[in-house]
Design a protein around this ligand. Structure first.
Ligand SMILES: [Zn+2]
Length: 382
């Protein structure tokens, strides 16, 4: 049974659980709901009544009669609540508004956050939010709040920490500054964790017992879901796979070790290696375009994909995962190379139960999930 979604560390209340099942399996009857949630009919009936009162769920007709009584079918009412999501990356910042189905109804991209003044970021995000709400005519009371998907870890005070790609934001009170500027409730969540939640939330990973999203966008991170629960760890930093030691003879990492996954396995690693060997600084996409003719390009890519595959399949082994999902813009044109690399490595090791896939929301999984998680957290708060 699925129980937990973003922002919830201590289980989930009944209406949230019921809404979640309706959202992923609807239209659905009360009897099917009871079977899917394991709740007693009385508890389930109360939860459904609460959701209908909140206009979050509506009746959408009846099932065909199969000899017995026709059953009323329930589905989410997608137009009563919206959430805002911001995916904050060094190269790009996406602001989206999504409805209860997780469908994006508006989207604006603003300049990336690398080297930007924190106050400028707050200003551009706030303008984008205003523009989106105006363009979509979403007035007061329809938007529940804003969740910022951050590429790396954040602290309890709502500041980004330990994220070299967003060095200017390090320690800046992003959450409170955005709350003051937008007047909305604001939350920070790891993009990797949100992507993982999004895989569950959109039903893409319905059969999975234990999955991880390997998210690459500025930073590398994993978001883990086991038995429907987001795994956060003791400090909220579970899934920080950046410093898994892969190659003891590899380049020095800022953490003091050599050959960490982040410095040998990512597209940034490819860029740096190619620069060191060829003397030219190109993007990973441009290096990929040269791989057919430039052996240094081909080798940099092959070695990074091999290192990445070793790291993430070992990580999957530790958690006994049945699904690994690649998500985030950082893979660029090399996404298929990484996908094939991980699949081949898993197959070579006999991990036949491990499904390796690309996220359903490859472009901005974090932003979509951010919008969804805002909605979800507020279901029971009123
Ligand atoms: Zn390291």
């Amino acid at each position: 049974m699925r129980e937990s979604m973003p922002g919830e560390t201590t289980g989930v209340s009944t209406p949230s659980l019921v809404l979640d099942v309706i959202r992923t399996r609807g239209p659905i009857s009360r009897i099917e709901l009871a079977a899917a949630t394991g709740l007693t009919p009385a508890t389930m009936t109360n939860a459904v009544r609460h959701l209908i009162d909140q206009r979050l769920v509506m009746s959408v007709g009846h099932s065909e009669s199969t000899g017995g009584k026709r059953r009323e079918l329930l589905d989410v009412n997608p137009t009563t609540r919206y959430g805002l999501g911001v995916q904050l990356g060094p190269e790009s910042v996406q602001v989206v508004v999504a409805n209860l189905w997780g469908a994006v109804v508006g989207r604006i991209g603003v300049a990336g956050a690398a080297d930007a003044d924190p106050n400028d970021i707050v200003t551009s995000v706030t303008s984008a939010v205003t523009e989106l709400l105006t363009a979509t005519s979403l007035g007061d009371g329809l938007v529940e709040g804003l969740c910022v998907a951050v590429p790396g870890p954040h602290d309890d005070a709502g500041a980004i920490v330990d994220t070299p790609g967003l060095a200017t934001l390090e320690g800046f009170p992003l959450r409170s500054a955005l709350e003051a500027a937008t007047g909305l409730d604001v939350r920070l969540e790891s993009a990797a964790l949100l992507s993982a939640a999004g895989e569950v939330w959109t039903g893409a990973a319905a059969d999975s017992r234990a999955l991880a999203v390997i998210h690459l966008d500025g930073e590398l991170g994993a978001g883990i879901v086991v038995d429907g629960r987001l795994v956060r760890g003791s400090r909220g930093r579970a899934g920080d796979i950046r410093h898994l030691p892969i190659d003891p003879a590899g380049p020095l990492c800022r953490c003091g070790q050599r050959g960490c996954l982040a410095v040998v396995g990512t597209t940034d690693a490819i860029v740096k290696r190619y620069h060191d060997e060829a003397g030219t600084r190109l993007t990973a996409d441009r290096i990929a375009a040269r791989a057919g003719t430039d052996p240094r390009a081909a080798r940099a890519i092959d070695d990074a994909v091999a290192a990445f595959s070793r790291g993430v399949v070992a990580f999957a082994d530790v958690l006994d995962l049945d699904r690994l999902v690649l998500s985030g813009r950082g893979y660029g044109r090399l996404l298929d190379r990484y996908l094939d690399g991980v699949r081949d490595h898993a197959r070579a090791l006999g991990r036949t139960n491990l499904v390796v896939a690309v996220s359903a929301n490859q472009r901005d999984a974090g932003a979509v999930a951010a919008a969804g998680s805002v909605l979800r957290d507020h279901v029971d708060a009123r």
